[in-house]
Design a protein around this ligand. Structure first.
Ligand SMILES: NCc1[nH]cc(CCC(=O)O)c1CC(=O)O
Length: 313
């Protein structure tokens, strides 16, 4: 007689892109190793989201960030999965009722990479070069440094964008170094852009684990693999975004770094054409990280920085 398969220890929900799968597998490996269980006892369930389905128009027009999380969060609420693994950067600031971010993996590199077959850096691109990017932040920041560049829409997963670049659809593109590294594709980076020049998106490089509020078993299990400095940095960055009330139609950069118990938060808002911008830099204690992000947003609002994106919302 065959015995009935035993119920999995945990079920992880994720998107099916190679990057999402790499992140789900890393989460599974960390949990399995912490509890010394066979990784196969933790199921990975691939869920197709609206963001994966919609390919014909910019996502900022189709409804924004929530598109990559909606169906996964529905499965979580319904109890078909126990935890969801997401790129923090793709998550809306407001979570659906009943869900929480209960843990973060150690943050990967936060920087953006410059990729081009014709130049080593953004500054060295030929006059009027075509820049492929679907990120309003990268577009605005690139235009602030090089107003002559011609941005074109560049959708798809990391591999698709690399292929478009190789096919000559654009002279250059910008990608998160974190994604390239998690996919083992960092050799494709032509150069790396320092945050001083080009602030990353809030949450860039951080992987978030979402669970049901009240599911003590799962939140207890994942709490043990939580990377606290990442969680603290993310609390500042998410507070910043929440107060700015930015959608993905808004060029915003934000980064919290932690050193010796001190959190440094840098934030920036830009007009879509990159001609106007406001920046802020605040320091505070680790215990006040969320307050720091909140205050940084307040500072930009009081300087009128949010008028840049309110106008075209
Ligand atoms: N918007 C897509 C997305 N979401 C997360 C990453 C990269 C990994 C990360 O930032 O954690 C990417 C691709 C990119 O921006 O290059």
């Amino acid at each position: 007689m065959q015995s009935a398969p035993s119920a999995p220890l945990l079920r992880i929900g994720t998107r099916g892109s190679p990057l999402a799968l790499a992140q789900a597998h890393e989460t599974r490996a960390r949990i399995a190793s912490f509890y010394s269980v066979d990784p196969d006892e933790i199921e990975i369930e691939v869920i197709r989201t609206s963001g994966d389905r919609i390919q014909d128009r910019p996502l900022s027009e189709a409804g924004g960030k929530g598109l990559f999380t909606k169906e996964i969060e529905e499965a979580l609420i319904a109890g078909r999965i126990d935890l969801a693994v997401h790129s923090s950067k793709d998550m809306p600031t407001a979570l659906p009722e009943g869900l929480e971010l209960s843990a973060f993996l150690p943050r990967e590199d936060v920087r953006d990479a410059f990729l081009s077959p014709v130049a080593t850096t953004l500054r060295e691109l030929p006059q009027g070069a075509v820049l492929g990017t679907s990120s309003l932040r990268r577009r605005a920041m690139a235009l602030s440094l090089r107003p002559d560049l011609k941005p074109v829409e560049f959708r798809g997963n990391v591999e698709t964008r690399l292929k478009k670049l190789a096919d000559g659809v654009a002279h250059a593109t910008l990608l998160a170094l974190a994604g390239l590294k998690r996919l083992g594709l960092e050799a494709h980076a032509t150069s790396i852009i320092e945050p001083d020049d080009f602030l990353p998106a809030c949450g860039q490089g951080a992987v978030a684990i979402e669970t049901r509020i009240g599911d003590e078993r799962t939140s207890g299990l994942v709490a043990r693999i939580n990377h606290e400095p990442t969680q603290i940095a993310l609390s500042a960055e998410r507070a910043f975004l929440t107060r700015l009330d930015g959608s993905c139609r808004t060029p915003i950069g934000g980064l919290a770094t932690i050193e010796g118990g001190v959190v440094t938060f840098r934030g920036m808002v830009l007009s879509p054409d990159g001609r106007q911008s406001e920046s802020v830099r605040l320091e505070g204690s680790v215990a006040d990280a969320a307050r720091l992000g909140f205050d940084a947003a307040g500072e930009l609002i009081s300087r009128g920085g949010t008028a840049f994106f309110r106008a075209d919302a």
